[in-house]
Design a protein around this ligand. Structure first.
Ligand SMILES: [Fe+2]
Ligand SMILES: [Fe+2]
Length: 235
């Protein structure tokens, strides 16, 4: 698929995610993109074969996840809602309370030496409380309303559905702001040298929570909700 004679620029053009690997190894694929991979690897003292394998592995995993994720723009909304609840809400329902306890524990143990943990504690518990209420609202009110409307569009006022969706979008924005604030107070989740295992675990899990939330909110904001809006004549 890729060879050591391919230039960095060529590899990134064919497979944009390869840029992550080059960035990780400090390789400039934009201005220095005309160099063959073998030459760029030698300059950075990286083994070219290992670098190629790393790119091939990433390529395979991207292809696998692309084929295993259904095309949600074509599936019934009820299926997408099921997926969001079974996968993303289930993850949050198990993760949020556990993380809440850990964030408090880390503050208790390390708060005196690491003042940023006070902000992490405050922001995280705000995020947790908001998220819990948001998931309940989606599962008990808005998602059933969307499913009812999808089953019988004439029997449900679509204006009511879109008004409920706009509220959720506002809540997603607030969640995004909290995640950005968490990133900022932790300096992109930089782990101090004297951090214990729990500290490390909390930051790693917060990063995971952020990533999964992006996927989750993407499915709602960019696929589920626009498909409802598409039916609203005045929009
Ligand atoms: Fe959700
Ligand atoms: Fe949501």
């Amino acid at each position: 698929m890729f060879s050591p004679n391919d230039t960095l620029g060529d590899i990134v053009a064919r497979f944009p995610k390869a840029a992550e690997v080059f960035r990780k190894h400090g390789m400039d694929y934009c201005c220095g993109g005309q160099r063959p991979l073998s030459e760029a690897a030698a300059q950075q003292r990286v083994d070219a074969d290992e670098l190629l394998q790393e790119i091939q592995r990433l390529h395979r995993s991207v292809q696998q996840s692309a084929t295993s994720e259904p095309d949600w723009s074509q599936r019934p909304l009820a299926d997408l809602i099921d997926h969001v609840v079974q996968v993303h809400h289930a993850y949050l329902n198990t993760t949020l309370p556990v993380m809440g306890e850990l964030v408090t524990k880390v503050l208790r143990v390390h708060g005196a030496n690491h003042p940023a943990l006070q902000a992490v504690h405050r922001l995280y518990h705000q995020l947790q409380a908001d998220f819990e209420a948001h998931l309940i609202k989606e599962e008990t009110q808005v998602f059933p309303l969307i499913a009812r409307w999808e089953g019988a569009p004439d029997a449900v006022d679509v204006g009511m559905v879109t008004a409920a969706i706009r509220e959720l979008e506002g809540e997603h924005d607030a969640t995004g702001r909290l995640l950005r604030a968490l990133r900022s107070v932790t300096h992109d989740y930089a782990i101090p040298d004297d951090a214990c295992g729990t500290y490390y675990y909390v930051y790693t899990k917060l990063k995971e929570l952020e990533e999964k939330t992006f996927t989750h909110v993407h499915l709602e904001n960019n696929i589920l909700f626009p498909r409802v809006y598409a039916y609203e004549p005045q929009r």
